[in-house]
Design a protein around this ligand. Structure first.
Ligand SMILES: [Zn+2]
Length: 316
């Protein structure tokens, strides 16, 4: 039956039209009409009081912000990257990232390695030390200066990795994107360009927040790893694996149980409570409560699929 009757609007029926009927966006991956999911804010950094509309594709389950803010760089504060003071300082803090180099070495022992979005370079420094021939593309100019001048890693300052890869036409054995794809509005094209820049047999290594995680089910729009508006999309593991397989790659590793994911489980609980409190000493207390909950739930979060983030390795 039509919602309209002889041109007269029935207000009770109009009221029954839900927000999701009125608000739909085309999925940026599969183009299916996707209903409004929820509204979120910059709960993590409080740079803005703006709200950001998220949509979830009923087909591929991609979660995406629409519209993506025009000036995304505005939401990255100057101190987003804590650039170390020296190589010695970098050497100390990069120890947390040892697990990343161990993952890469399991699948590619040596060769040419490109990192997209290295920040100040904890991982790429370790890759260089491990004997890989390294290059990087980074949008933050302070990080680029540190990597080029202090660490000695050839780093191109650009927010357009696709253009750089196409222009340079370099071929790599390994391309890594640690927690990068969720920041991109052109994720699929970036993956196409990564594929084109890999040698046959080369690997792509990436990590990203897991929308099927236990935490997201509990915290929803308050989940710290949603990180609106800097994370413009949250990509399900299944969808990403499908995209990489369509490119002709095969899975070598898909996990939510690696050390990085385990760390982000604790981070998620700690910050879920902490960021709601502004008083210093109470914040410390709620951080401890968060850690305690993380400890109690860790057996469940460590079940494959439940972790806050996933890591994938695919081979061309
Ligand atoms: Zn979709």
């Amino acid at each position: 039956m039509s919602r309209w009757n002889s041109g007269v609007i029935h207000h009770d029926l109009i009221a029954s039209i839900s927000k999701s009927d009125l608000m739909e966006r085309d999925c940026p991956y599969c183009h299916t009409k996707s209903p409004f999911y929820f509204c979120s804010k910059d709960y993590n950094r409080r740079i803005t009081q703006e709200t950001f509309d998220h949509y979830r594709c009923p087909q591929c389950k991609l979660i995406f912000i629409s519209p993506i803010p025009e000036k995304l760089a505005h939401y990255y504060p100057e101190k987003y990257h804590s650039v170390p003071k020296s190589v010695e300082h970098l050497d100390t803090i990069s120890k947390n990232e040892d697990y990343k180099i161990e993952i890469v070495q399991r699948f590619s022992e040596k060769g040419r390695l490109l990192e997209i979005g290295p920040s100040y370079g904890g991982f790429i420094y370790l890759a260089k030390k491990a004997g890989y021939e390294v290059n990087a593309i980074e949008m933050d100019s302070r990080c680029c200066q540190f990597l080029n001048e202090v660490v000695g890693v050839n780093t191109i300052n650009s927010d357009d990795a696709i253009e750089v890869m196409r222009r340079h036409k370099e071929q790599y054995d390994v391309i890594v994107l640690w927690h990068v794809i969720e920041h991109l509005s052109n994720t699929w094209l970036t993956l196409d360009a990564v594929y084109a820049s890999l040698k046959p047999g080369g690997i792509i290594v990436l990590a990203s927040p897991n929308p099927d995680s236990l935490q997201f089910k509990i915290m929803g729009r308050y989940w710290p790893h949603l990180d609106a508006p800097r994370h413009v999309m949250i990509v399900p593991m299944k969808l990403l694996a499908e995209k990489l397989e369509l490119l002709g790659m095969r899975a070598e590793l898909i996990t939510t149980k690696d050390e990085g994911s385990n760390y982000l489980n604790i981070f998620g609980w700690k910050h879920y409570f902490r960021r709601r409190i502004s008083h210093g000493h109470i914040r410390k207390l709620v951080s401890k409560v968060g850690r305690l909950i993380a400890f109690m739930l860790s057996p469940i979060e460590k079940i494959e699929g439940n972790g806050s983030a996933y890591t994938m390795v695919f081979r061309k």
